[in-house]
Design a binder for this molecule. Structure first.
Ligand code: NAD
Length: 487
């Protein structure tokens, strides 16, 4: 298991010798100690990425693509090992790491591998006699800072488009879950990525992350994490006015109308909030129910929540694992008190499971809380297996509740009325809207938020757009330009 920094094509210790304990969330045991990057290590990584940039950008695009395709193959060839590593480090149930995280990571690298030589410019109709063409140019060194909830998948969301477009990368995984990113670095080295093109520097946010965000030679920071840290990133980026892309928190509205297929909606709503223990920015954490079906829905939904199998993430029968850190578990449980103080009703969960086999891990029972739209648990991101139920009686009311937070990332609608579905999708303020499904993602479909959920988009051509600069070239083909000044 790799536990050093990956800088300029080599695994190296941190200059100051700092280390961070990586703990297993299922029992709190020590998995390994990793090198902790600090400012000096970040500087080395940025210098390596800067040195590697001209040759990488000049490489035929198909060659860059070929390396990304090879990486996708290597991920598939090492799928089981990567799935186990991700589950061990994050607590993702192994069935999800096998069926979702690993295949999605490979698919995303493959998608951008295929796209590398299809990044086209444009010819713009301008004044007669002139040719104007626009090229998409790489930005340079990209700093990427990611959280702990989907570390493996985020390597591909972040690095795939950046590398395809010809940039070089310094990526800082979360100090809590660095292991799969370091393994990806190893695979990249094996398949032939040149030294310095990708550098992986795990470390704390306030040291390593801060230096990367403020570094004068970094052309862009792509950040995924909390809205509070996003603000700090913007401040730190000001020195050289680097570009910033922010994928921040969410408070996903999942609306169930009275004409919905209730079986599908109940299952979909449970998946929306309980997948990955609710630690997802797009989680359907506000369940907004039409009053006519609310009691029936809730009776069956609570029954389903109680039946979810909590267990060791490496057990293939486990449906929900532990939260990723003890600190985060405590934060999630603190929201149960917040809900109670404001008169919220805990319909199920709200505590750690009583099963002694789970006592050493950071588990929280699936929790369903009924509250009011203005309550803190209906406004603030809990980021756990904690869903806040709200009721409505008209479409307008549903929309007002859905749009009544500062966030705007994921959202869902469950109805058999297609006209209503499109009407609502049009007016819901969110980067993504799922109709009769939830949490669908694809490498081709833009992903990102509005409002306090951030700006910029991952995936698809949108991501390539965000990782390139437009260069406009004007050619005088046969225009007669009269003199501007009389002699
Ligand atoms: P976080 O903001 O605490 O940390 C995210 C990353 O930022 C980590 O690598 C951390 O080390 C680093 N960091 C912390 N302080 C920093 C600083 N001052 N300067 C630079 N870097 C710093 O978030 P988290 O708790 O790790 O992750 C959970 C959050 O991420 C939730 O709010 C969730 O909604 C959000 N998230 C958003 C998306 C999205 O695509 N919109 C996806 C996943 C998670």
């Amino acid at each position: 298991m790799q536990n050093q920094l990956f800088i300029d094509g080599r695994f190296v210790p941190a200059i100051n010798g700092g280390q961070i304990d990586v703990l297993c969330p299922a029992d709190g045991s020590l998995i390994t100690r990793i090198a902790a990057a600090e400012a000096e290590d970040i500087d080395l990584a940025v210098t390596a990425a800067q040195r590697a940039f001209p040759a990488w950008a000049a490489l035929p695009a198909a060659e860059r693509g070929r390396l990304l395709l090879r990486l996708a193959d290597a991920i598939e060839a090492n799928a089981e090992e990567l799935a186990q590593l991700e589950s061990l480090d994050t607590g993702h149930p192994i069935r999800d790491s096998r069926n979702l995280d690993v295949p999605r990571t490979a698919a995303c690298f493959r998608y951008f591998g295929g796209m590398a030589d299809k990044i086209e410019g444009a010819v713009i109709p301008v004044d007669a006699g002139f040719l104007n063409y626009v090229q998409r140019k790489p930005i340079g060194v990209i700093g990427q800072i990611v959280p702990w909830n989907f570390p493996l998948m985020f390597t591909s969301w972040k690095m795939g488009p950046a590398l395809a477009a010809g940039n070089t990368v310094v990526i800082k995984p979360s100090e809590i879950t660095p292991l799969s990113t370091l393994r990806i670095a190893e695979l990249m080295h094996e398949v032939g990525f040149p030294a310095g093109v990708v550098n992986v520097v795990p470390g704390y946010g306030h040291t390593a992350g801060q230096r990367l965000a403020e570094h004068p030679d970094v052309g862009k920071i792509a950040f995924t994490g909390s809205t509070a840290t996003g603000r700090r990133i913007v401040e730190a980026s000001q020195g050289n006015l680097k570009r910033v892309q922010l994928e921040l928190g969410g408070k996903g509205a999942n609306i169930v109308f009275d004409d919905a297929d209730l079986n599908a909606a109940i299952n979909g709503a449970a998946w929306a909030i309980f997948h990955n223990q609710g630690q997802a920015c797009i989680a359907g954490s506000r369940l907004i129910l039409h009053e006519r079906i609310a009691d029936d829905f809730l009776g069956r939904f609570v029954e389903l929540a109680r039946s979810i199998r909590l267990g060791n993430p490496l057990d293939p029968d486990t449906e929900m694992g532990p939260l990723t850190s003890a600190l985060h578990r405590d934060r999630v449980l603190s929201y149960v008190e917040v809900a109670k103080e404001q008169g919220g009703r805990i319909l199920t969960g709200g505590k750690a499971p009583s099963d002694p086999a789970l006592a050493g891990g950071y588990y929280v029972e699936p929790t369903v809380v009924e509250a009011r739209p203005g309550d803190r648990v209906a406004q603030e991101e809990v980021f756990g297996p904690f869903v806040t139920v709200l009721r409505f009686s008209t479409d307008e009311e549903a929309l007002a509740i859905a749009n009544g937070t500062a966030y705007g990332l994921g959202s869902g609608l469950w109805t058999r009325d297609l006209q209503r579905a499109h009407r609502m999708a049009e007016r819901i303020q969110a980067g993504m809207c799922w109709i009769n499904c939830y949490k669908r993602v694809s490498p081709g479909s833009p992903f990102g938020g509005v409002g306090q959920s951030g700006y910029g988009r991952e995936m698809g051509f949108e991501a390539i757009h965000d990782y390139t600069e437009a260069r406009s070239v004007w050619v005088n083909v046969d225009a007669q330009i009269p003199p501007h000044f009389k002699r």
